[in-house]
Structures are given as structure tokens and as C-alpha cells.
Design a protein around this ligand. Sequence first.
Ligand code: SAH
Ligand code: DHB
Ligand code: MG
Length: 217
Amino acid sequence: MADKDSRAGARYADAAILDYTNRVHGAHDAGLERAFSAPDREDIPAIQVGQGEGRLLEILLRMVGARRVVEIGTLAGYSAIRCARALGEGGKVWTLELLPAHAEVARQNIAAAGLADRVEVLVGEAHALLPGLEQHAPLDAVFIDADKEGYAEYGRWAARNLRPGGLLIGDNAFLFGNLLDDTPAARAMRRFHEEAPAEFESVCIPTPDGLLVGIKR
Ligand code: SAH
Ligand code: DHB
Ligand code: MG
């Protein structure tokens, strides 16, 4: 983001550069690699966050001393493991997953990473599960990475349940390049963006997929 081309969206990272920087910074150990590569072995889509974004999650959570974290969208548990690794003493991640098959794979990966006691995988629609998590508020961070039509609602839930200084983080904030379209998902994602500044100091980090980060006022 520091010359005319990159400010306009050009990318200097390529596969080889990403491979290099991923190896140098926060490389995968066996636990992370098992979860990251689960889509290669199981019948689940390979839509986990990238290695750099996973590492960024870990760093952001450490920066705010996170102990109570809610994740919406578990998949195989890769980002949940990143979050759990960042937790302070006695910390906990509650991660919500619609599909039982994904949740089962995630539980196995989380246990294999030695984090079963710090991560609870809850199965169902996030909309139905979120009210049950309000008992754990005030939260330190909420990571949204599930159905894109739900982001605006999840963002409002986060605003109500985060402590001042807590983090809102949303993946796919560019909506795969469709953010400005006239579709329900695009309208919901734009609402997520547009409502954030009233409750958060917010920014959309131009990761390849866009990562909205906000600090609760
Ligand atoms: N955060 C994960 C990737 C999540 S992919 C990682 O980076 O490792 C998105 C997940 O959200 C999928 O597993 C999908 O089944 C789940 N999902 C989709 N809609 C959902 C909903 N309404 N409630 C809960 N989970 C949902
Ligand atoms: C999809 C979901 C994601 O969270 C993502 O990062 C990429 C793709 C999807 O539903 O296709
Ligand atoms: Mg995502």
C-alpha cells in the first residue's frame, strides 16, 4: 500500500513469497498443519483463513490479552487453534459451526493440538447459538467467518457483548470481490462495514480477502 499501483489494489505477494513469509513468521507446527490440511483429506471445503491471516489473528488476540473469544464458523478448527494459542491463562474459545461433520473434524484437530480444554465447539446456526453465549460476556474478541448474509447481525451481537477495547474481526470483508453488488450478501456485508464505525475504531485491512478489524469503544 505504498505506491500508486499497490494503493489501487496491485499485489506484490506471489505463491513463493507467501510460502517464504509463512515459513519465517509463525510457521505451522504439527497441530496447526493437521487442521490446515484437513480439507485435503476430508470432504470439507478448503476455505480456512490463510496462514498469514491465522497468524495475524493470534497476534491481535495477544495484543489485547484475550481470554474470552467467540468464533463464528469453525470449519476444521484451524483458526480456532490460532485463537486458542493466543489466550492468556484460563482463557476459552467458543466456536460455532453449522455442520456436524465439520464440527467433528474440528474437535479431532483441536484435541490433537492439545487444546480440547480451551476450545468448545458448538453445533448449530450461529443465530440460534449466540444468545446462549451472552452469559460469557464481556468478551475480548469476536471473529466472524461464516455465512456472509449474517455478518451485519453478528457484528451487532459483537458490539453488544465485547468489552471496551475488545476486538471485532471479520474475514472476507471484500466479499470475494462482490462487496459493491446488489445482492443480499453484499448488502449485509456493507451494513457490517457501515455500522462498525459507530461502535468501533475500525479498519478494513487489505488482506487478499479483506479483514475488518475494530476496537470496541
Ligand atoms: N474460521 C475457519 C473457516 C470457516 S469456513 C478457519 O479459518 O479455519 C465457514 C464455516 O462456517 C463453514 O464450516 C460453514 O459450515 C460454517 N457456517 C456457515 N453458515 C453458518 C451459520 N449460519 N452458523 C454457523 N456456522 C456456519
Ligand atoms: C467461503 C467462506 C469463507 O469464510 C471463506 O474464507 C472463503 C469461502 C465460502 O463460503 O465459499
Ligand atoms: Mg473466511
